[in-house]
Design a protein around this ligand. Structure first.
Ligand SMILES: O=C(O)C1=CC=C[C@H](O)[C@H]1O
Ligand SMILES: CC(=O)C(=O)O
Length: 291
């Protein structure tokens, strides 16, 4: 009952509507919602064509950052073979829905849940309906919901609207959504920005979620700082050298971790002790492999 969905260019932040609210995403208040990115819903697109590759790439970036920053990740996924009683009026609009086959119900493998993520069963357009989402957010002490996934003008927008009515600040990540058409996508963003949500883009959101000091710890600065503490010239410190074996003592390591944490880096002493190399540290803070 869902039509074949056309390719259209992923809306760019320059085309996003102006926001009525002025909410600031906060890594201590936010949870990331990956909305219904199941193969069933994506397979109505040619997933090799826009907007899907951008959608997947942006959701991957959001997931990587959220998991590194300790922002809870929540997925919603509809069950297959829903009974008529469970599905109720959805059947009148969308037919019987997903079959209970992994090839339909699975979250797209490129953005699959990982240990520590939360996966909620989705029963209605809004992710809050017949779900513990609200209770879970309250339990986490989080009142911001960062929304990505499909479909923008249906479940993503209505979840944002219900969040708004629950006094939860909803952020529609405009270039990490997909919809039935470009017009539907843009209309969802316009409605959200004007009535119930903050519209943002992936890059701007990730920047806003990255504490100010974090960007100061470039790979080069980290290499120089670590080399200094093991009496080496930076060029002599190799990416996979064991820093503890080179003489970095535990007290010094704790001081370094305190400094990095104060600058907003999502790194703990245990992280470094588990992978005491420059490469391990850079991967942990999301700076990728050393230059
Ligand atoms: O089959 C369904 O349940 C649906 C199809 C398309 C969009 C709706 O949000 C979803 O409920
Ligand atoms: C995909 C879907 O279930 C929704 O948009 O609500």
């Amino acid at each position: 009952m869902i039509p074949r969905l056309p390719s259209y260019p992923m809306p760019q932040p320059s085309a996003f509507p102006g926001n009525r609210a002025a909410w600031t995403p906060d890594p201590q208040r936010a949870a990331l919602l990956v909305h219904d990115l199941q193969s069933y819903f994506l397979n109505f697109y040619d997933t090799t064509q826009p907007p899907i590759p951008d959608l997947i790439r942006h959701v991957q970036a959001l997931l990587d950052h959220a998991r590194r920053a300790g922002i809870p990740v929540v997925y919603t996924a509809q069950p297959g073979d829903q009974t008529p009683a469970d599905r109720a009026l959805l059947t009148d609009f969308w037919g019987p829905g997903l079959r209970a086959e992994d090839v339909q119900t699975r979250i797209h493998p490129a953005v699959a849940p990982q240990p520590g993520d939360t996966v909620l069963t989705k029963w209605r357009y809004s992710a809050f309906k017949r779900s513990p989402l609200e209770e879970q957010l309250r339990a986490w002490g989080r009142d911001q919901l960062l929304i990505c996934g499909v479909y923008a003008h249906i479940g993503c927008l209505l979840t944002a609207a219900e969040a708004f009515m629950l006094d939860i600040q909803a952020f529609l990540i405009g270039d990490a959504l997909a919809d039935f058409s470009e017009a539907d996508h843009l209309q969802a963003l316009r409605y959200g920005a004007a009535r119930c949500a903050q519209v943002t883009g992936t890059a701007a959101l990730l920047s806003a979620l990255t504490p100010a000091g974090a960007g100061q710890w470039t790979p080069e600065r980290l290499r120089a700082e670590l080399a200094r503490h093991v009496d080496l010239d930076p060029a002599e410190l190799h990416d996979d050298d064991d820093l503890l074996a080179l003489g970095l003592d535990s007290i010094r390591l704790m001081v370094l971790v305190d400094t990095w944490q104060a600058d907003g880096l999502p790194v703990t002493y245990a992280d470094v002790a588990a992978a005491p190399t420059l490469r391990g540290l850079l991967e942990r803070i999301g700076a990728g492999a050393p230059a």
